[in-house]
Write a protein that binds this ligand. Structure first.
Ligand code: BG6
Length: 484
């Protein structure tokens, strides 16, 4: 595997530790070779030190000197820029050497952990120096990190650039949410059980809330985030993928083609509901308290434009035009510097058509709900009403809770571990296709276009749950956001 952008945050924090964890679990072949490509003046030993440090800081499994030694033998570093023909020739030579000396057999994966403006150059170089074409019984694959463009038009351009060199079946687009155990469990929950399917539709479900909240701010991420914002960063990919998994029909099998066909079908029926002034909300955090720590607002964060209009909170209302979901709004929201870190999908049920309880007995009951807790405290929760013990009939909400940490002793692998392994094994189910990516932009673009004409996003204080406009957005439908 060749990693471009190996000195970046993602490689250091996620990719290199995930590769070690795979090696530690015995899931990488003996000859696995990792070539870092970058601008640093490093030799093999410097690169080894860097990778070791990243592993010690980020690996989930225990550090074993012998596993590390085996991995370290297969580490190489090639120095160069993306416009440097000679350096790419060196890279091609390094890959061929590893075929001869380590038995990698012409099976090369390229991980593009670089900003999208460099995709074209890297892909072109791979093509130029003969690294894109595989010989008989060999394979070449390219693994691409988001963002895949900033709207439909730019995504199409990017896809054209990549598609001109690599066939679609060799392109693995990372949406790391699909690598999460709890996200794959949506399929298990829905399609291996009998009790959920009969109620998984508009007859029983009132609405669905998909939330990805983070407590962290954006200090240090200005170059990526300023001008991008929460909707492009998270809704276009992670949240729309979650919606697809929750709302899709049962695939005839879990083969990549069947699974993706069902996801694409539901996305084709999905659109943003207007008028966007009422059905969406957008905010930017200002100074506030994150727990006991005083934190600055976005416009005071290092590197951000003091006039930045980038949203750090985004919410929108989507609808799915199908027999199953007609009339059930899907509310999606995400934000930075919110009350706490939580990702969850809540299916909120309708009220029973008739309540035989007298006034005062059931007033505290809220709607039943099934909540898929993606992270943290991974699990699934069901909320329903129950009688408070005692002589009277008083009802209250209670929770029935499945928690991974209680039910299983196995630790969930990190999302990147699963995805890197799948890409190496040519198992593409957990990677969105070109068509899914483009369709997701088609869904979101009208909202983004509307926002672009509206000036500044609303303010919300760090540590709160977003701008007041987000609460109004649900209140107008007589609903409230869950406080997870
Ligand atoms: C990334 C976004 O895709 O997901 C980040 O670019 C975000 O802004 C991150 O912080 C969150 O990932 P996770 O796995 O911690 O929920």
């Amino acid at each position: 595997m060749v990693i471009f952008g190996v000195t970046g945050d993602l490689a250091r924090k996620k990719l290199l530790p995930a590769i070690y964890d795979l090696a530690n679990r015995g899931l990488l072949p003996g000859g696995f070779t990792l070539i870092g490509y970058g601008r640093r003046e490093w030799d093999k030993a410097d690169f080894q030190d860097y990778v070791r440090e990243a592993i010690l800081n980020g690996a989930r499994t225990q550090f074993h000197e012998n596993v590390w030694q085996r991995l370290a033998e297969g580490l190489e570093f090639v120095r160069g820029n993306f416009d440097d023909d000679a350096a790419f020739d060196d890279l091609a030579a390094a890959c061929k050497r590893s075929d001869e000396h380590r038995g990698t057999a012409g099976n090369w994966a390229y991980y593009l952990s670089v900003p999208p403006e460099f995709f074209a150059e890297v892909v072109h170089q791979l093509d130029r120096c003969g690294m894109a074409k595989a010989g008989a019984n060999e394979w070449r694959r390219v693994i691409i990190e988001k963002p895949f463009g900033h709207d439909l038009a730019s995504a199409k351009k990017l896809n054209d650039v990549v598609g001109a060199v690599f066939p679609e079946r060799s392109v693995f687009r990372i949406d790391h949410y699909l690598g999460k155990e709890t996200v794959q469990n949506i399929l298990a929950l829905r399609f291996s059980n009998q009790m959920f399917e009969p109620v998984w539709n508009s007859h029983y479900i009132d609405h669905v809330q998909i939330t990805m909240a983070e407590d962290i701010g954006l200090g240090g991420r200005a170059s990526y985030y300023d001008g991008i914002g929460a909707a492009r960063d998270v809704i276009q990919n992670h949240l729309i993928q979650l919606l697809a998994l929750v709302a899709m029909e049962e695939p005839t099998s879990f083969s990549p083609a069947q699974l993706r066909a069902e996801k694409l079908k539901v996305l084709r029926a999905t659109s943003a509901v207007g008028p966007f002034g009422k059905t969406t909300a957008r905010g930017q955090y200002t100074a506030g308290w994150q727990g006991s720590k005083k934190v600055v607002g976005l416009r005071e964060e290092d590197g951000f434009d003091p006039e930045s209009t980038t949203e750090t909170y985004a919410a929108c209302t989507l609808q799915i035009e199908s027999r199953r979901w007609a009339g059930v709004p899907f509310y999606l929201r995400t934000g930075k510097r919110l009350g706490r870190r939580v990702t969850e999908i809540a299916l909120v049920f309708k009220r029973p058509p008739y309540q035989p309880f007298s006034k005062g007995q059931a007033d505290l009951l809220t709607n039943n709900a099934v909540v898929i807790r993606v992270q943290p405290d991974e699990g699934v929760l069901m909320r329903f009403g129950s009688k408070v013990p005692g002589p009277g009939m008083e009802l209250r909400d209670v929770n029935m809770d499945f928690s991974y940490s209680e039910a299983f002793t196995e630790q969930s692998p990190e999302a990147y571990e699963r995805l890197i392994l799948d890409a190496l094994l040519d198992e593409s189910s957990l990677f969105p296709t070109n068509s899914e990516v483009e369709r997701s932009w088609e869904i979101l673009d009208p909202v983004l276009d509307y926002w672009a004409e509206q000036g500044r996003p609303d303010d919300y204080a760090a540590g709160t749950w977003g701008p007041a406009s987000a609460d109004r957005m649900l209140a107008k439908d007589g609903r409230v956001w869950r406080r997870p």
